[in-house]
Design a protein around this ligand. Sequence first.
Ligand SMILES: Cc1ncc(COP(=O)(O)O)c(C=O)c1O
Length: 485
Amino acid sequence: MSIKNEQNLDPEDWDLMTSLGRDMVTEMMGFLRDVGDRPVWKAIPDETKRFLNEDIPSAGTPAEEIYRQFKEHILPYAKGNIHPRFWAWVQGTGTPLGMLADMLASGMNSNVTIGEQSAVYVDRQVVDWCRQMMSMPDTTSGMLLSGGSMANTTALLVARNTMLPDVREKGIWGLKARPVMYCSTETHGCVVKAAEAIGIGTEGLRKISVHADFTIDIKKLEDQIKTDLAGGLRPFCIVGNVGTVNTGAIDDLSALTSLRDKYRLWLHLDGAFGALAKLVPEYAGKLKPIETADSVAFDLHKWMYMPYEVGCVLIARKPDHRNSFAGSPNYLLHHERGLASGPESLNNYGLELSRGFKALKVWMSLKEHGMVKYAGQIEKNILQARYLGRLIELSPLLEPLAGIPLNIVCFRYNDGSEDNRLNAVNKEIVMTLQERGIASPSSTVINGIYAIRVAITNHRSRYLDFDELVRYVLEIGDSARQKVP
Ligand SMILES: Cc1ncc(COP(=O)(O)O)c(C=O)c1O
């Protein structure tokens, strides 16, 4: 019998592929080094959009040509969150070694779930480092996930499965009383999605109003818990904000902890970016209640500047975590020796079975810089936010729209016109800043007013970048007010 086709997907010429790889590394390093010299963002030309809408190829293309296409159509039109003047949404910057780590992880192509393999041990070590960052107890377990959304969802599943007995078996329908949970009107939308996904529903998620500083109104929260209890409902979880997405507001975590204890609830903290401020001495006291929370979600791709994606969930008591997900399918049997003799399968601690080796970039980055340097970067971003706040205060044509409790600054250009007109002018400012490649803030609406929003999770930002931002906001504002009717 003749073997007709034993081709595989490896390169025919390894030397050529190696040299291409070298070019890629060299050029990407240059790209990162000179990022500040380029515009933050460029509009995507129609030609590129057409190119990126072509049908699936049936035949192969040489790797050098594919890389050329990448450089022509993909690389120039990135979002820009590696740039020193990118402050939109809450997006981290990445690092050169993080980029290389992702390449090494892809080369190993580890599926980090099961097995006696180094990657599982790295993953476990990194989760424990995350626990140490938050000073949570030794009983804590955790999981690296794609980001804050999945970390919050995972934590809320554990909260539900721990606090509501038999829910794994019987589902929500088996419960005698309708479960309800609590957050504030400023809580991130991923918590709303999580409430829907875990069967609580948006009606079961009580959104408590906030004070003028955008922190949850503790009295209203307690009143709602009492009302729900009196109505025969089953309160089971409070979600606290450690840095809201709009303004960076930090709920009164001590008060939330007391309510948790008083009403025997689960306290989950969404610290997607804000939890990392715990590393900064000024915030250590305020964020100390993280240490006694039942669960915490935070992202390493935001304020630890790791390349996308990597978030983390920590659960204070490992059995709660395990009992929420563990199973024993016969295709995942543990053995005494060999490949299947490794640590317990990680799919006993989450929804995912296959998982990438995202731990490697965290492991390498934390070793490269050490925690002291990370704490310094986070503190720098907080001080930069305050610096921008002062520039805004000093300018008669700029108006702060919220306090600056952390690293987010919300403000607007205000020439004294009425709000509708100012909303249009400020939207014009944001779009023009982006289109001209000057800077990328994003926007939000604060008390019905359109705000320019600057969220600083960027290790490349310099103080002069904020001087530039203010200069251009004023310049564009002056011309925008002529344009807007
Ligand atoms: C406070 C907060 N929670 C959750 C998330 C969701 O995180 P991710 O985008 O990593 O899923 C974000 C994202 O910005 C956030 O700011």
